[in-house]
Design a protein around this ligand. Sequence first.
Ligand code: NAD
Length: 534
Amino acid sequence: MKSLNKVQSHLIAECFNKLYIGGQFVDAIDGEKIPTYYPATGELLHEFPRGKANDVDAAIAAAEAAWVEGTWAGMSAAERAEIVIKMAQGIEDNIEMLAEIEAADVGKPYRQAAMTLGGAAGEGKYWCSLGKVLDAEQDVPVNSGGGEGGVPPAEWDVVYRRDPIGVIGLISAWNYPMNVAFRKVAPALVAGNCAILKPSEIAGLSCMFIGKLAQDAGIPPGVFNVVTGDRDAGAALAASPSVSMISFTGSTLTGSKIMGACAPKLSQVALELGGKSALVVFDDTDLDKAVETTMKGFLANGGQICTAHTRLVVQDSIEAPLLNKLKEELEKLPFCNDPITEKDRGDRAWEDGMTDVVQPVVCDSQHKKIMGFLHEAKAAGVEVLTGGDVPDDATVGNSGGYFIQPTVLINVERDADVWQKEVFGPVLSVRSFSTEDDAVLEANSTAFGLASTVMSSDPAKAMRVANRIRAGAVFATSTGEGLLAEHPAVSRGGFGFSGVGRELGIGGLHEYTELKSVNYTGFSLADTKKKHTG
Ligand code: NAD
């Protein structure tokens, strides 16, 4: 395929074929490779290094050496941000190439990839803008005036500092490769840490470019490293006694394994995990808006979004008309058989609320996993409103791609796997409710708590219900606008199975620091600023 050849011509560059350790591009010690395929056709896209525990150890040693040497941590956060911002600019300057790579690697329409890569660059700049904020948080007097119950007592003084944590591991998922990875890399570096990035083996090619961005920006050798590899490389990173924090985005199961690996050494974890978000629709919502929002909620990026709204909780009085319209709209949707060249369609959801094309899922193993959910659901008697299978070859223009029909399962039991587990594909499960209390009960009926949306034209009701939903990011809307939206300054994260810690905002930067108090006696803070003359 011509479009694939073009992407492969980008992938000849050194950074897409080597690990980045100690400021150099190097081969994996054992020389093994991992193949990756174009989701739309199943053709081989590229082979990249399978880094193993020995490569991870080399990257940790490089990061430790840089940490001990201390130049990076010794700079102010604003000085570090001046360097990291060049990396963010590098994403922006290379959006076209990176979007073609992500389209080929993940199977997402080029248009959507380009849009979200622009978001990654913008967010990177936001992290850099926080450099000054972090500097202003250094040596802040803890001052309640002393006296009874006050801090500090009269005889000594205290300041707070926010120190970097040390050598940290960044383990990322594949659904928005650059966005997920750079959301870790930028704050970790601005905060002064030395880091090793382990991108996903399923689709992580664009993340390999971050090594080149670091080299070009002048990040000192060893401060930032990239080791591609599979779960064994991730496990080696998490278990290393030299790694003081793991920032992880991925599945709940892996998150819990990482927490287990970090427990014996009591190292920090920040875990952004899976979701099973509910879209709650009250009967006073405009029907067309409700259908649009439902489609966007479960189909954007092929349903492969942690915050995908894959459970529809609809008021019984509008269930039938909503489902009829949803079925009609879904069955009209075309498939995207060459995401690399898809420049006009592809998640207009992000801009104007429309879902206009169905992309393939990322790989054969995810395809099998999703189809396994559907086979099991059907065998258990779950009703399929629409979809439920792979499209025929003629519909998608070839037979090798990992396509699945947009699927709606109705009257789903609350304990069914398709209600309780993250499918991570284009599959929506539906239950109805009659009262406001029932709506809350349904929305809160899984162990996940990442996001949720309440639709109602009654603002008081929308906010009342939103406030009772247990999730890290909740939207209350009468139009569907804002669904799945995020802003770099707004912290978010998960309740329960959806994670530990918060990303984004100043709280997201603080995740990469340790709060430290320094007590001092016998001199004033002003004395510490005097130049040493002896
Ligand atoms: P995954 O858990 O299979 O893999 C994620 C990363 O962990 C990969 O780099 C993988 O190699 C590594 N890994 C696997 N086993 C490991 C182990 N034992 N120790 C250390 N590392 C290990 O997840 P995935 O399939 O890549 O991503 C999809 C998941 O990510 C979904 O559950 C999705 O909801 C979640 N996600 C969450 C967010 C969020 O912000 N909450 C964002 C994007 C994706």
